[in-house]
Design a protein around this ligand. Structure first.
Ligand SMILES: Nc1ncnc2c1ncn2[C@@H]1O[C@H](COP(=O)(O)OP(=O)(O)O)[C@@H](O)[C@H]1O
Ligand SMILES: [Mg+2]
Length: 290
């Protein structure tokens, strides 16, 4: 049996997942890391029995846009060839389109901030935006090119300096408790929930020095909504960013590829990539014998 791990960013977590898959499946599987920047990636992927995607929407900001384009091609090719892909192609579609992800969540009854407008800096209709708002790339990640704007002038200034890619303007949700809730999904179930602090600029991100804390007493309604969200977006693995505000909890972001750094394992005493590997082994064992 061959397992292909599709990657583009050469993260610690990509290698860790491949290592844990090899360990979990022992001699039963050959694990290959397939570089989606490589022209032969699709033909390498098609000889695998199962594929796991580690291709992030943020690839476009790291000079890895070619991996995203190849991913589209791969999704069509594996569907034709019948090779299972985790997450499914549909989920990747939400990874690379935040507007579509928010719409699908809203359709499933999950509360999301209002999307005011979308478009390139030149096209985005600022007349439709109510302030404060957040402007962020439709295909984004890692809080790149993301800004809280309080006024029309601030929005104009931000877009005036922004790259020529599609952005969305979304209602700003004020975090009532100074943190963002990150829900990690494994086998479509909320598995690890942490608080991520909001930095001085109002944003919450690893690279702005946000700190993490376990959140065992996360409200039940968020846990339940996360299950609905995972099902709606086809996330076998993934994560959601939720903001708890004075007006209730809003799902602000959905990630079909969840990234963890080595120190997360130490902080939380949980090894997500090992859990991914074990969950896949279990799911594969179940499906291959039925
Ligand atoms: N609607 C919003 N209200 C408040 N803060 C937001 C909102 N959208 C994004 N943010 C902030 O920006 C960060 C990055 O936005 P997010 O949608 O999670 O994109 P990504 O993580 O893919 O870069 C979030 O972690 C949060 O701190
Ligand atoms: Mg996010």
């Amino acid at each position: 049996m061959r397992i292909g791990v599709l990657y583009e960013s050469d993260e610690w977590s990509d290698h860790k997942l491949a290592h844990e898959l090899a360990r979990t499946f022992e001699g039963e599987a050959q694990v290959r890391l397939i570089d989606m920047m490589d022209e032969d990636a699709i033909s390498e992927a098609l000889v695998c029995d199962i594929l796991v995607s580690r291709v992030f929407a943020s690839a476009q900001f790291r000079g890895h846009g070619a991996a995203l384009a190849r991913m589209e091609e791969l999704i069509g090719a594996v569907a034709d060839a019948g090779v299972p892909l985790v997450n499914p192609g549909r989920a990747h579609g939400f990874e690379v389109n935040k507007v579509a992800a928010m719409q699908a969540l809203a359709d499933a009854g999950v509360r999301v901030p209002e999307t005011f407008a979308q478009g390139t800096p030149e096209d985005l209709d600022l007349a439709a935006v109510r302030f404060p708002a957040v402007i962020k790339p439709v295909c984004g990640g890692r809080t790149t090119q993301t800004c809280i704007v309080q006024t029309l002038e601030e929005a104009q200034a931000f877009l005036g300096a922004a790259p020529d890619i599609p952005f969305m303007a979304q209602a700003y949700i004020s975090p009532a408790h100074g943190f963002i809730t990150r829900v990690e999904i494994i086998a479509q179930e909320p598995s690890l929930i942490v608080k991520r602090s909001v930095a001085k600029n109002g944003l919450s991100a690893y690279r702005f020095g946000s700190t993490y804390e376990l959140y065992p007493d996360c409200p039940y309604a968020i846990v339940e909504a996360s299950k609905v969200a995972a099902e709606a977006l086809g996330f076998f693995f993934g994560s959601f960013d939720v903001i708890e505000s004075e007006h209730g909890a809003f799902f602000i972001d959905a990630n079909s590829v969840s990234n963890v750094s080595e120190d997360c394992t130490e902080i939380f005493g949980r090894d997500l990539m090992r859990e991914y590997a074990q969950t896949l082994a279990h799911a594969w064992d179940v499906t291959s014998h039925t």
